[in-house]
Each structure stands twice: as C-alpha cells, then as structure tokens.
Design a protein around this ligand. Sequence first.
Ligand code: ADP
Length: 487
Amino acid sequence: MQAPLSKSALLKSQSYIGGEWVEAKSGKTFPIINPATGEHIVDVADMGADETTLAVEAADKAQKAWQALTAKERATLLRRWNQLILDNQDDLATLMTLEQGKPFAEAKGEVAYGASFIDWFADEARRLYGDVIPTFAKDRRVLTVKQGIGVVAAITPWNFPIAMITRKAGPALAAGCTIVIKPSDETPLCALALAELAHQAGIPAGVLNVVVGQNAKDIGGVLTGHPTVRKLSFTGSTPVGKLLLSQCAQTVKRTSMELGGNAPFIVFDDADLDAAVEGAINSKYRNAGQTCVCANRILVQDGVYDAFAEKLAARVATFKTGNGFEQGVTIGPLINQAAVNKVEELVQGAISQGAKALVGGSKAAEAGAQFFEPTILTDVTDDMAIFSNEIFGPVAPLFRFKTEDEAVAMANNTPFGLASYFYSQNIGRIWRVSEALEYGMVGINEGLISSEVAPFGGVKESGSGREGSKYGIDEYVEVKYLCMGGL
Ligand code: ADP
C-alpha cells in the first residue's frame, strides 16, 4: 500500500514561493518524522521571516491579474486543481498517513473531503453577486459589488493537513484573493504536495504560496504584521489564535478564527442507544480523537448511563491500534510525545479523583511510543480537569446527569462553543436543546456533521467566521458600495 516515496513527484522538500521551489536562505532544514514509527521521512527547508516576506510580495504581485480573470476562468483552474487532487488521492493519502499518522482509509477520506472545498468554491466563484438597492435620492443609484479582499494569509494545523488548507485556499482563490499558506511544521508534506498540484493545474505564479518553517513566531510575525496582507484565516489552538488576533489588530486585518472546542455529546433517556453509540464512535475516535469537533465530554442521562457505557465498551474493545498502513487499523498514533503525555495526564488525573477506566486507560506501548489505548472512563465529574480541557486523544469520559436543564447547563459550562451533539427522539426536546446549546454547530442524532455545503465555525472562544457553504466565501470579500450621482 505504501508507495515508493522517493519516486513520488508529490514529495517536495522546498517551499513554493512565486511559482518556484526555493531553498531556505539560511540553508537550514528540519526533519519530518513518522509519528507511528519514529522514522525519519525527509528533511525540509526551514524558511523564516525573509522568505515569508518574499511570499507576501509574490502574492501581492499576482493579485490584480488573478482578480481580473473572469470568475469562470478562475473556476476552471480551481476545477483542474480539484481533479488533480482526486487523481492523486492514493499518493496524497500516503503522505498524510506517513507524516500525520491517521489510518490510510481515513487519509483517503480526508483527501476527498479536502478536494470538495475546491470543487464547491469553484462554483461559488460565479455566484458572487452584488446588489442594486432601491435608491434614497432621485438623482442617485445605489449598488454594491463584491471584490476579493487582496492578499490572504492562512495558518493551519496538523490534524487535517489537506482539508484545513483547501477550505481556506478554495474560497480565497475563488474570490480573487492570492494566498500565503503556513502549514504546521508537523505536516508540511501534504501542503507542499497541494502546491505542486496547483502548479500542475496552471494556477499562476504567486497566486498560491506555501512557506514551511519551524519558527512559527517569525513567519507568523510577517503574516500578521505585513500591511499588504489584508486577512488572516487561522485554524489552531485558542491561545495562539488570541495572540494572532492581537498581532493583526496593529494593521486592522480581517480575521477568521477556527479555534479549540470542548464538544458535549449528550445522550438522553429517550435516545436510540445504538445510534448514539455509533455517533459517539464517529465523533470521538476519528483521527484518534484529534479533531476540534471530537466529542470531548459525553453526558449521559441516569436511566441509560450503564447501558450506554456497556454498548460503547463492546464496540471500542474491537478497535485496532497501530500503524495506519496496516490493514484494519482504526486508531493511529498521536501527533507527538507531548500529546501523549497530555492525554495520559488528563486520564490519570481523572482516575486519581475517582473515575474508572472501563476500557483502556494507558499508553499502548506495544503499538509504539506515541500510541494511546482507546479509552472509556466512567464516573467522571465536572470538577476533573478532563471536563474543561480539550483531550485530543482517543478517550471518552462519561459524565452522568439527571435532567435536561442540567445537561444543557453542563454542556454550556465552558468558554468554548464549536461543535455539540445530542441524541433524543423527542421532537420538543430536539428544538429546545438545539436552541439552548451555545455552539456554532449542533449534531442532532448525528455524530459526523462536517461537509463543504455546511457552515463550519464556532462561537465564544472557539472563534469567529464560517468555512464552507455559501457563507464561506464572504470571509474573503469586501462589499463595496457604489453611489452613482448626477443622474
Ligand atoms: P495545535 O495545538 O493544533 O498544534 P497551534 O495553535 O499550536 O495548534 O498550531 C496551529 C498552527 O499555528 C501551526 O501551523 C503552528 O505552527 C502555528 N503557530 C503556533 N504558534 C504560532 C505563532 N506564535 N505565530 C504564528 N503561528 C503559530
């Protein structure tokens, strides 16, 4: 299954700036490590502030001509890029499993999901309508046009190394913006492969740039400080998001922030328990629990708590932990040692305060250094650190509640507000709880809710702005008001 990587045209180790592959000025490189095996994959060039400035300048130089293309011309290039991504699904998924660790089948799923944003926004490029507004004065006419905001910066995380890029680059390019992307230094290979495919698709030099480097502070300093960059779209942790927001304030950049979550997954007494178990599996254990929409707190009503725990345990016991290239593996490694330590600390902390490990509970050392056992904890309470921290690992803590009001209060008792989920068969409850949850997204009797057609985003400290859907392109346009007088 694993392709001979050294022969893959998609394996790139330099950054892509102004349509060219460039080395770091310093000559420095850094290694990319396979999280499943600890093996060295390749060394990549380590860019810094100077190269980031060059990328911003290249994006600026390309922007007017890119904006001047017709929407159809931009859409045609985006469609070619989409097709090339799909044509190279296996190679891209191989790179992803190698550098990020998720099971190969899941990696292939992400490639298709990632491509879907480019396909979707290729269509949306042609629907960027303005308005003709009924006038306020007889001698004047009132119109609006939507224009691409200019040069955009994207800073992206490692958990979805392709999709987190395409759902920013798709709408940005569709709207006539050019973009400088800084992927996570844990997973730059997917980002560079996307750049190579954009190049092959004929997307002009400077329209899409990828700058890879270990010094996020320096690269981020240019992307948030350079006056030419008019917008930052960030996906990552809430503390870094807050820092970047403050940096962007100096030049009043537009921002979209997709930050951390602490998703509640509520199972009411009247739920279809089998469906709830499947939903919990999908929402909790995908990508070994390393998504910002993963169920982080499973709240189960008293009457079904034991039955739900038992059914969930039976399913989780069948999981296979290991290298994502192995047949049948459902749980891959965590991204790095720090992630493993954090998950272990949260689990041990809960156990020391009275929680019980119904399944798992420790590192899966036999699979490798960076694996954690798929785990279910029962008797978890809201005074434990695991209630308020994003776990980012394959651990399901089960909390108990008695009433609907108590469940909603527990669910909302967090500064975060990204995804939430609940299972109930009662139509009145479905409306009440949907409206009461302080979240940007609500899965009702469903654990998998992400799609390019739907608006993804959070409220409270989970961020601002929406990605995907008809709303996603609004993040990359300015509405310009034209007042025609003297008529
Ligand atoms: P995660 O926990 O998912 O790695 P981070 O917020 O640390 O989340 O990282 C998300 C992205 O933000 C990564 O590309 C990372 O390199 C980048 N990043 C981290 N710190 C900074 C910073 N100070 N300035 C700019 N980018 C940063």
